[in-house]
Design a protein. Structure first.
Length: 245
């Protein structure tokens, strides 16, 4: 079976479940994991600017897309010629079924189940004793955060944070003043590449708050990625525990 993946985290999950480069024949330029495997796979553009002609040349049996990460019109154009499965991952349960279905597709059901069990195990173990109010920023100029109907929100909540923007949906634009309630301000490493200088910017407003860069992949990459974040989450929560918030 020849598969084209239009979603970075799904590309990673496919390779983790065990197909070869001969099965995953196309990927986006943002599909960077696993590095040693994806380097041999044809790039068919970005997640938002797919080169349809390149995909046609690959003649895939299946294209895997995502409702949020890909452009609807581009995905619909592909549907005219190919079998396309569109995923929509907002919860841990959605992720469970994503891996279950990928396992079934590749004949790797047992391997998929092991990843699912590992993910539940990690999320059950990585827990704050009491909820810590957090703001998770994904963009700058303007600042953007995450609402309650996002995968990031679900991961935050699972490990014991309270999203101060849980009454919002999707990715609302906010101001610096809106961050007053947060005990911790998290600056994600992606999609905007927040750096130390951006911590300093916010420290000018909130000198007493904990402001930190967090690994965006650990919070936003669904599929198998969370199964690799056990040490990251433990380290992060240990740092939060030490603040005595």
């Amino acid at each position: 079976m020849k598969i084209v993946s239009l979603v970075p985290s799904i590309t990673e999950a496919l390779f983790d479940l065990g197909p070869t480069e001969h099965e995953v024949v196309g990927r986006t330029k943002f599909c960077i994991h696993p590095k040693d495997k994806v380097k041999n796979v044809t790039i068919i553009g970005g997640t938002k600017n797919i080169h349809i002609e390149k995909i046609k040349a690959l003649q895939p049996d299946l294209i895997l897309a995502n409702k949020e990460e890909n452009i609807k019109e581009q995905v619909e154009a592909l549907m005219n010629n190919f079998k396309v499965t569109v995923t929509n991952i907002e919860t841990i349960e959605d992720n469970y079924y994503l891996l279950k279905n990928l396992g079934k597709l590749l004949g790797k059901e047992e391997r998929a189940q092991l990843f699912n069990l590992k993910i539940y195990d990690i999320l059950n173990q990585a827990q704050l004793d009491t909820p810590v109010k957090a703001a998770y920023l994904i963009w700058r100029n303007p600042y953007m955060t995450i609402g309650s109907d996002t995968f990031i929100h679900k991961i935050l909540t699972e490990i014991g944070f309270e999203n101060i923007f849980k009454d919002k949906t999707r990715y609302p634009v906010i101001t610096t003043e809106d961050l007053t309630e947060a005990d911790v301000i998290m600056l994600s490493s992606e999609p905007f590449p927040f750096k130390e200088k951006h911590i300093d910017e916010l420290k000018a407003f909130y000198p007493d708050k904990k402001i930190m860069i967090v690994d965006g992949e650990a919070f936003s990459w669904y599929g198998t990625h969370i199964a690799k974040c056990e040490h990251y989450f433990k380290k992060l929560l240990a740092e939060i525990h030490s603040l005595h918030i």
